[in-house]
Design a protein around this ligand. Structure first.
Ligand code: SAH
Length: 259
């Protein structure tokens, strides 16, 4: 067995803990994906993780975690905001061939890579869009057009919510992929969700099976229409995060003398 088949076996063993499995086509797609990503990674910066075993756990297994909690199902439309090298969107799209995935990134060369990958893997349920979330969320075809928005390694929770919830239909959810330390961030950020039409609903803390990596999925439900001023112009959600707009956020800033 070569290195990438062995790594894939590890991925499949771990998936069993979540009652998930791969068919032959899906297995081939993951093997091909690893190969393509490592090839392109020589030319453009896609991932710092290059060991196929770690790719299998830290990228693939981590990406599909929402399936363990039944957060994504068939016939949904899902948007991955800031997908980078296609995480979590690509592994989810391979596992859920009947779910439609829109992968968004602001970096053109990553989008070019993704276009070539979904073509080579023969994925028919993936669309790749180049652009900034702040701009795309204003477009009619994207705004409030998705059942689920996902974002991994995108930034603080209020930045995630401002850049994901405008894409989500009322009743849908935003899923933020986080590491183990989220409590402090949520204590400060939780009250910002209503500004963009959401409400923190659930925090799933878990360990990736067969590893000791701790992860958290932060789920916010879209309860009302996002006011049209959100998301603000490109860069502003990061520079002046939502928490600085809430009353106590302001006083914290003022106390700090920056306000
Ligand atoms: N989700 C991937 C990549 C995380 S790095 C992963 O978990 O591996 C963050 C990515 O978000 C980068 O690829 C960057 O180009 C993209 N990004 C940052 N701000 C963005 C924005 N406002 N709109 C769209 N993409 C953005």
């Amino acid at each position: 067995m070569d290195a990438s088949s062995k790594a894939l076996q590890r991925f499949e063993d771990a998936l069993k803990y979540w009652n998930l499995s791969l068919d032959e086509v899906q297995r081939e797609r993951f093997i091909r994906l690893t190969k393509l990503m490592l090839e392109w990674n020589e030319k453009i910066n896609l991932t710092t993780i290059t060991d196929p075993n770690l790719i299998a756990v830290e990228h693939y297994l981590d990406s599909v975690a929402p399936l363990a909690f039944k957060l994504i199902s068939e016939d949904m439309a899902v948007i991955d905001v800031g997908t980078g090298a296609g995480f979590p969107g690509l592994p989810l799209a391979i596992l859920c061939p009947k779910t439609i995935f829109t992968l968004v990134d602001a970096t053109r060369k990553k989008v070019k890579y993704l276009q070539s990958v979904f073509f080579e893997l023969g994925l028919t349920n993936v669309e790749v869009v180049w652009g900034r979330a702040e701009d795309l969320a204003k477009r009619k075809e994207f705004r409030e057009g998705f059942d689920v928005a996902v974002a991994r390694a995108f930034g603080a929770i209020d930045l995630v919510w401002e850049c994901t919830l405008p894409f989500v239909k009322i009743g849908g959810i935003s899923i933020a992929y986080k590491g183990p330390k989220v409590d402090e961030e949520l204590a400060i950020g939780e009250r910002t969700a209503p500004l963009v039409g959401g409400k923190l609903e659930f925090v799933h803390k878990f360990i990736l099976p067969t590893s000791d990596f701790q992860r958290t999925l932060v789920v916010a439900r879209k309860l009302s229409v996002t006011p049209p001023q959100f998301p603000r112009s490109p860069g502003i959600p990061e520079k002046r995060p939502l928490r600085s707009l809430t009353t106590s956020g302001f006083s914290e800033v003022q106390k700090g003398g920056n306000g």
